[in-house]
Design a protein around this ligand. Structure first.
Ligand SMILES: [Zn+2]
Length: 222
């Protein structure tokens, strides 16, 4: 804790003054354009990897970057998503998984439900990930299995996102875009899901950032 107290002191005496204007402006209100959903893992710093300032990312974090489907329980996730989209008008939502995710390891090798009842219950929101991985990647094991689990989970949670009414409405109006990312801790790379190739590819390698296809309907009378 002593390190944190020293950090507070350093921030207030050295950093704050150099960015006073920014903080005074932020005191008037926030207008982030991105909702960034990622894991609670201490090794991820969303502002650092995207080089963004306070006020630019609305961040939702939990174990495993999980988005419970709309109506599943009374967690804070639905409220956070609702406020970000309908209240703040974010234009993009990113679900960002990461390498070496403990929650994904826990999904493959469940912890004792007696010792971790809340975690066991929470990971049930990623049950579709577990089942997809079990059925689709039967030959894989170890690091390779965790690697595909992390990727499949990002896609599964993006599907869950679509069940939230504000997200469904934003997509239908073309006002909102969804993106799936995976952050690789050991290299600093960020891979984005490319719907055209159905692969996660480094974002710097993709010529343009392709979001998940919108929910498109040109409604003719039929
Ligand atoms: Zn994690």
């Amino acid at each position: 804790m002593q390190k944190l107290i020293q950090g507070l002191h350093h921030f207030q005496t050295t950093i704050f003054g150099s960015q006073r204007e920014l903080f005074e402006r932020l005191a008037q209100g926030q207008s982030p354009e991105v909702l960034f959903i990622t894991c609670s893992d201490s090794r991820i710093n969303p502002n650092l990897i995207t080089q963004t300032e306070p006020g630019e990312l609305f961040i939702l974090r939990n174990a495993g970057n999980i988005v419970p489907p709309y109506g599943a329980g009374q967690g804070g996730e639905a409220a956070t998503i609702e406020f970000a989209v309908a209240g703040l008008g974010v234009k993009d939502i990113i679900v960002c998984g990461h390498s070496h995710c403990g929650a994904m390891k826990g999904l493959l090798e469940p912890p004792s439900s007696r010792d971790f009842p809340a975690l066991t219950q929470w990971l049930s929101h990623a049950e579709s990930t577990r089942r997809i991985v079990r059925d689709k990647y039967a030959g894989r094991e170890g690091a390779s299995l965790i690697n595909v689990t992390i990727q499949e989970n990002v896609l599964a949670q993006m599907e869950n996102l679509r069940t939230h009414p504000v997200v469904a409405s934003g997509l239908a109006q073309g006002k909102l875009k969804l993106h799936g990312w995976v952050y690789k801790i050991e290299t600093g790379q960020v891979f984005g899901y490319d719907p055209e190739s159905s692969q996660f590819r480094t974002l710097t390698e993709q010529r343009s950032l392709r979001p998940m296809p919108e929910r498109k309907l040109v409604a003719l009378e039929i």
